[in-house]
Design a binder for this molecule. Structure first.
Ligand SMILES: *[C@@H]1O[C@H](CO)[C@@H](O)[C@H](O)[C@H]1NC(C)=O
Ligand SMILES: *[C@@H]1O[C@H](CO)[C@@H](O)[C@H](O)[C@H]1NC(C)=O
Ligand SMILES: *[C@@H]1O[C@H](CO)[C@@H](O)[C@H](O)[C@H]1NC(C)=O
Ligand SMILES: *[C@@H]1O[C@H](CO)[C@@H](O)[C@H](O)[C@H]1NC(C)=O
Ligand SMILES: *[C@@H]1O[C@H](CO)[C@@H](O)[C@H](O)[C@H]1NC(C)=O
Ligand SMILES: *[C@@H]1O[C@H](CO)[C@@H](O)[C@H](O)[C@H]1NC(C)=O
Ligand SMILES: *[C@@H]1O[C@H](CO)[C@@H](O)[C@H](O)[C@H]1NC(C)=O
Ligand SMILES: *[C@@H]1O[C@H](CO)[C@@H](O)[C@H](O)[C@H]1NC(C)=O
Length: 530
């Protein structure tokens, strides 16, 4: 195999030369064999280098394949029916001095009640996979009151501003005077007051409101206000009528979990620029995978009336010790247009625009003067909080909005979506019922929609996906390099020894030189064959 035999058989040279040839053949064979080993070890080392460079890309490909929403996959089952127990904790600002506030110009005094806790069950209904890498569904959320976690009962009676009434009066500010007077007499007849006394259950899930009932009867059908009941979470218990189309990630993993269209529309209609109308954002459960600390993620919620950006804050450890990144809205997210000119397009009819720390959702709420903020006016001017008595200073840990995401797979692991609902009342002196109600941003309630942990079956898999690849990477590349280098050292050592033996043969220098060269030539020209 390693030497031409005819070379020997046709030789007519003396014994010693034949002896030399035999030895030299042996040695050349030896050189060839170990040369081959050198080639193999170099190949192993090269493969090790390839592993070092490409292993993580292969892992990413596997992750992308696994997370992609496909009919019948485990990820999809979890996405359709998340095996999690989200809760919503509601805190209500009960007004304890409504009469003094109206009649005596006192500062309103509020008493923060709650939490009233509802356990949620989420499921996506009518899930249809489209053939353009999107999936269409209706979100269902069922809320169950949880007495054990709650402080108080759904039957607790609270006094809160009459939102439908104060919305109507505030809106009438720029209308004709006779309209305001007409409004005043209607409210007189219907005995509508600026504060209502309702149970917590009613405030959240709906109570019959005389003004809305009237509006429904008299206002032409196509003009908004489709309900005669008012509730802060009215119609939210059950399957949403909204049709959401979301990218599955099959075509482009960077769009995984992002909303394509909402009720068939790819944009909101409210604002002046596409940037603000854009809804290409997550619904808060899954995010495009491979998030870095530089990533900005976005959440869209219909009631938020915009997509909310979130940026990396810090590394955290989520349930079952799975590492996660905490994302939180940038501090200037609701800043006034003076401080954050990017927010200008959220103020299509301004200036004046919403003050710093507030987001005007009036356009999504039938023109009601609703301003969203973070709880306890976190990130807003202190003066809004102190305009009302009974609200403790905001505490970042208790009142900020955040979400912990497993960065490799883009799964939400823990979340506290905290928002406060405020009513921006404008004083309207022509309407006698509210003549003494001053201009004020009146806090109504705040809530925290949260997820504390994922079930073990999910976190177990994530732990595997986050810990195994780096270990496998290190082990595989390490053993490849070790094996390759070890083989290389042995082979080189044997080669050097073989060459020395060839050198040490007692023969004319010319012959040795020829043989040695010949050996080398054969070795080199033969290598590619193996
Ligand atoms: C809310 O405040 C009113 C007084 O304005 C009081 O009668 C009522 O008991 C309070 N509700 C609760 C649950 O404390
Ligand atoms: C208004 O309230 C203050 C303090 O509670 C009280 O001293 C004052 O007498 C009240 N005024 C009227 C007109 O009721
Ligand atoms: C879901 O699909 C069923 C049958 O395809 C249909 O009857 C039902 O109206 C759909 N539900 C919604 C909310 O679209
Ligand atoms: C994908 O198909 C669905 C249903 O046909 C449609 O609503 C959606 O707009 C399409 N999306 C894209 C990006 O083409
Ligand atoms: C929500 O609806 C379910 C049934 O669909 C009901 O059992 C539950 O009590 C409702 N929750 C609230 C808060 O009304
Ligand atoms: C993040 O952004 C900074 C500055 O923009 C840049 O220096 C850094 O390399 C980026 N890091 C990653 C992981 O992209
Ligand atoms: C909220 O937006 C509406 C509609 O754009 C506007 O009429 C209203 O003045 C705004 N309110 C505040 C407090 O900026
Ligand atoms: C808060 O508002 C008051 C009055 O409107 C103003 O004087 C003060 O400078 C504001 N504080 C901050 C921190 O913007």
């Amino acid at each position: 195999m390693c030497f031409n035999k005819t070379l020997l058989s046709c030789s007519t040279i003396g014994d010693s030369f034949i002896h030399f040839l035999r030895i030299s053949r042996k040695i050349t064979c030896h050189l060839l064999r170990w040369g081959f080993v050198v080639a193999v070890s170099v190949a192993i080392i090269l493969f090790g280098i390839i592993v070092v460079i490409f292993f993580m890309s292969w892992v990413n490909l596997v992750v992308n394949h696994e997370v992609t929403l496909r009919q019948g996959s485990q990820t999809t089952d979890w996405w359709v029916k998340p095996p999690v127990v989200p809760t919503i904790k509601v805190y209500i600002y009960n007004v304890t001095n409504a009469d003094e506030f109206l009649n005596n110009g006192s500062k309103p005094i509020v008493d923060e009640l709650g939490p009233y806790v509802y356990v949620e069950k989420w499921e996506k209904k009518n899930v249809t996979f489209n053939n353009n890498d999107t999936v269409t569904f209706h979100q269902e959320k069922i809320y169950y009151f949880d007495e054990t976690q709650s402080v108080g009962s759904e039957d607790d009676v609270v006094v809160v501003p009459n939102i439908p009434m104060l919305s109507a009066t505030s809106q009438s500010k720029h209308a004709a005077r006779f309209l305001r007077l007409a409004m005043a007499s209607i409210m007189d007849i219907l005995k509508i007051k600026p504060f209502v006394e309702v149970s917590v259950g009613q405030l959240l899930w709906g109570y019959e409101d005389p003004l809305l009932k009237l509006a429904k009867d008299v206002v032409p059908k196509e003009q908004k206000l489709p309900y005669e009941e008012f509730g802060l979470m009215y119609n939210k218990n059950g399957t949403s009528k909204d049709v959401v189309t979301m990218f599955t990630g099959a075509g482009d993993i960077t769009q995984y979990g992002l909303i394509d269209t909402f009720n068939g529309k790819p944009k909101l209609p409210h604002y002046s620029e596409d940037r603000c109308n854009d809804i290409m954002a997550s619904d808060g459960s899954i995010f495009p995978p491979h998030l870095t600390k530089n990533s900005t993620i976005h959440i869209f919620d219909k009631d938020l009336c915009r997509k909310l950006p979130l940026v990396f804050e810090k590394e955290v450890t989520a349930s079952n010790d799975v590492p996660a990144y905490r994302f939180t809205p940038p501090k200037n997210v609701f800043a006034s247009v003076e401080e954050n000119p990017d927010n200008m397009c959220f103020c299509p009819q301004g200036p004046p625009c919403a003050p710093s720390g507030f987001f005007n959702v009036s356009l999504c709420q039938y023109d009601s003067p609703i301003l969203l903020s973070f709880p306890h006016f976190y990130l807003a001017n202190e003066s809004y909080r102190t305009a009302v008595e009974g609200i403790t200073p905001p505490d970042e840990e208790k009142h900020k909005f955040f979400i912990d995401v497993q960065p490799l797979m883009g799964t939400a692991m823990r979340a506290k979506a905290r928002i406060q609902i405020n009513l921006a009342v404008s004083q309207v002196v022509d309407i006698k019922q509210v003549a003494t109600f001053p201009d004020i941003v009146f806090p109504i309630m705040w809530f925290e929609e949260g997820l504390d942990s994922l079930p073990e079956e999910m976190t177990g898999l994530m732990k595997l996906a986050t810990t195994v690849p780096p270990i496998a990477h290190a082990a595989l590349s390490g053993s490849l390099f070790a094996a390759g280098i070890l083989l290389l050292i042995v082979a080189i050592w044997r080669l050097v020894r073989g060459a020395n033996r060839l050198n040490s043969l007692q023969l004319a220098p010319g012959h040795v030189g020829i043989s040695a060269n010949k050996g080398k030539d054969v070795q080199m020209s033969n290598v590619p064959k193996y």
